[in-house]
Write a protein that binds this ligand. Sequence first.
Ligand code: 5GP
Length: 112
Amino acid sequence: MTLFEKIIARDIPADIVFEDDQCLAFRDISPQAPVHILIIPKKAVARIGAAQAEDQSLLGHLLLTAADIARRENIAPDGYRLVINNGAHGGETVPHLHIHLLGGRPLVWPPG
Ligand code: 5GP
């Protein structure tokens, strides 16, 4: 069981900001911006590169949920960033698909 599956199962505590039947969103334990939230599917999809055609509506739901949370966190007017790290070069450290929602400060581009 991955770390994020343990968070879904409430075996590991997390600061959960949103949950529905398909996804869970919680604050990152090591925030890189004033708002840093992870949006994850409850289904164990390892990474975006492992998603299948059958996951299309789930992936759309994750993105729309991220935008909803950004509005609720009051970072939408100033802007924010969504990030998905895939594989070693992408910086993925937890093999359970997650969208990073980052905001609350200006973010530089390109990323490191
Ligand atoms: P990745 O590097 O795979 O894109 O992102 C994994 C994220 O999970 C990192 O930003 C890291 O800080 C976060 N993280 C790792 N362990 C925990 C944990 O136990 N709880 C929470 N809330 N976040 C975690």
